[in-house]
Design a protein around this ligand. Structure first.
Ligand code: C5P
Length: 232
């Protein structure tokens, strides 16, 4: 599995994201388009960024009845994204339907990744709000296993969990990990963070990095630093 840095393009307009991407004249970074940009600009923004030569992780975190997710995934498969995702919480039946919908007529499909428990959900809230009484890490690993058994390619998880996910689901099961900060950078609102170098050591396949690159004084230099620490 090729390691790569995915830039979280958390902008809310086409103008902002394009002016950010214009800074990259030498390389075409892998980018993540989330709900904010997608809902603001619609599917056209995906086509335009794709046409510029970027790989795209479309982070829409689908979760609905299997038939609806299957049909939605079919639409996404036509957008020619490279990676998309859903909530493992939607059950194995939903994940299997998603794979079916996502698979194009020629048999190809984008990578499909599951969100296990959101990192914003604490064990306490999971118990009180969701009535799930197992330890959080057990739930995360169980959802990862469900995703694997449903034919998905991997999970979004904390870089600190990537090693254990690989132990349980195999080294080819992809780990996509946000919560990455430079050793000398600001942590911001992320709680469990790690550096690109450490994420590589633990075994992340893709790191998702937002503000340390998008808000840097020199985003291209920050991206290059990230790539160097993570992939070399
Ligand atoms: O700016 P920052 O590097 O914190 O951005 C991380 C990106 O990864 C954001 O787009 C955020 O929504 C996303 N993300 C996350 N934690 C998760 C899942 C997604 O930070 N558990």
């Amino acid at each position: 599995m090729g390691k790569d840095v995915i830039i979280a393009c958390d902008f809310n307009s086409k103008a902002e994201v394009m002016s950010f991407l214009d800074k990259f004249t030498q390389e075409k970074p892998y980018v993540k388009i989330g709900m904010e940009l997608f809902y603001a600009e619609g599917p056209e923004i995906v086509r335009e960024i794709k046409a510029r030569g970027h790989k795209i992780f479309l982070d829409l975190k689908l979760c609905d009845i299997p038939n609806t997710v299957k049909k939605a995934m079919k639409v996404l498969s036509l957008l020619d994204v490279d990676m998309c995702n859903l909530h493992a919480f939607g059950t194995k039946a939903m994940m299997e339907a998603a794979i079916e919908g996502l698979t194009r007529e020629d048999g190809s499909r984008p990578l499909l990744i599951a969100v296990t428990q959101l990192t914003s959900t604490s064990e306490e809230r999971m118990k009180a709000d969701l009535l799930i009484n197992e330890p959080l890490d057990k739930v995360v690993m169980h959802y990862a296993k469900n995703a694997m058994e449903s034919g998905l390619d991997g999970v979004v998880c904390s870089p600190l969990e990537a090693g254990k996910v690989h132990e349980i689901c195999g080294k080819n099961f992809v780990t996509v990990t946000p919560g990455v900060r430079f050793a000398d950078g600001e942590v911001g609102d992320q709680v469990r963070v790690t550096t690109p170098e450490k994420a590589k050591e633990i075994g992340s396949d893709y790191i998702v990095v937002g503000r340390p690159i998008t808000q840097a004084e020199d985003p291209v230099a920050a991206y290059r630093r990230c790539m160097k620490e993570f992939t070399e």
